[in-house]
Design a protein around this ligand. Structure first.
Ligand code: ZN
Length: 290
């Protein structure tokens, strides 16, 4: 579902439209001769079930009645695996950042692995995996041998710049030093107005963890990295997926699309301009025979 479509559904919901009326409204905006073509694009024009599911999950996620999440906080804190628990303010007239629910967990082994393999941290959010409809953000360190190691998991009610920033900050404040002699002590600090806790590892600050963050094409992730002074790159899977969608819209065949993607990969993955030019010229010669 496209972000602008989600925004439209949310704003229609705010003015009191039912899921069925939201669906009728999107039908009303399409000229009759374009209906058949438009409805092939189900990301822009949602089928009624999709509108209903989205409304149900979104409202559940924003209701803050996260019984299962609230209940496990004391135990997670006692075990020391809670990095952050951020509850929303009870006031209504507060900035968006104060309306967030964020619960971030990790453990010492995972955080230490992030320190030892600290070059790349991949982050990605997924909705619909949790009973309360929350977004589960997974943070994975790319091990120097190439495979991925979990670094932290975050459950958040709104996937936006502020919540992603809270998750990244919770990790940065807790990736310990690399000394075998250090006990990596940590402490819990209260969030003002008794709105939760954040864990702080004492030896994290002197040598801050500064990974290259791999993100999807979700703009808030890039904004969060910028605000924390972290460099970021787009992940290949999402770049190629976005390109395939564009090529599909241009009515290119699958074979033609793969040729374009192959050429793009050869050029974009080259580490130097000269290499990219040389490989591109080779590719053009070979492409005739593909
Ligand atoms: Zn330490």
């Amino acid at each position: 579902m496209l972000e602008r479509v989600k925004d439209n559904v949310m704003s229609d919901r705010l003015v009191g439209l039912t899921p069925f009326n939201i669906y009728r409204k999107q039908l009303a905006g399409i000229e009759e001769n374009k209906i058949a073509a438009s409805f092939k694009d189900t990301r822009s024009h949602l089928v009624p079930e999709r509108v209903t599911d989205f409304v149900y999950n979104t409202e559940k996620r924003h209701s803050f009645q996260w019984s299962s999440v609230h209940a496990c906080v004391p135990e997670l804190k006692q075990q020391g695996i809670l990095l952050l628990y951020h509850e929303p303010s009870s006031q209504t007239d507060v900035p968006e950042a104060d309306k967030l629910v964020t619960l971030c967990v990790s453990n010492h082994t995972a955080l230490q692995s992030a320190r030892r393999n600290q070059h790349v941290l991949g982050i990605d959010g997924k909705h619909g995996l949790q009973d309360d409809g929350a977004c589960l953000t997974t943070c994975v360190t790319q091990h120097r041998d190439g495979f991925g190691c979990p670094t932290a998991f975050s459950i958040i009610n709104r996937e936006n710049t502020d919540s992603i920033l809270l998750t990244l900050k919770a990790i940065i404040e807790n990736v310990p030093c690399d000394s075998a002699k250090c006990t990596h002590d940590f402490t819990y600090l209260g969030i003002p107005d008794q709105r939760g806790y954040r864990r702080k590892t004492i030896c994290a600050a002197p040598n801050p963890y500064k990974p290259l963050v791999m993100i999807d094409k979700h703009e808030p992730s890039a904004n969060a990295c910028q605000r924390l002074g972290l460099q970021y790159v787009l992940c290949w899977f999402h770049i190629v997926k976005a390109m395939m969608e564009k090529l599909k819209a241009l009515n290119l065949s699958l074979v033609q699309s793969y040729q374009v993607i192959l050429g793009f990969k050869i050029v974009a993955r080259s580490s130097h301009h000269e290499t990219a030019v040389a490989l591109w010229e080779l590719f053009i010669q070979v492409a005739k025979y593909l």
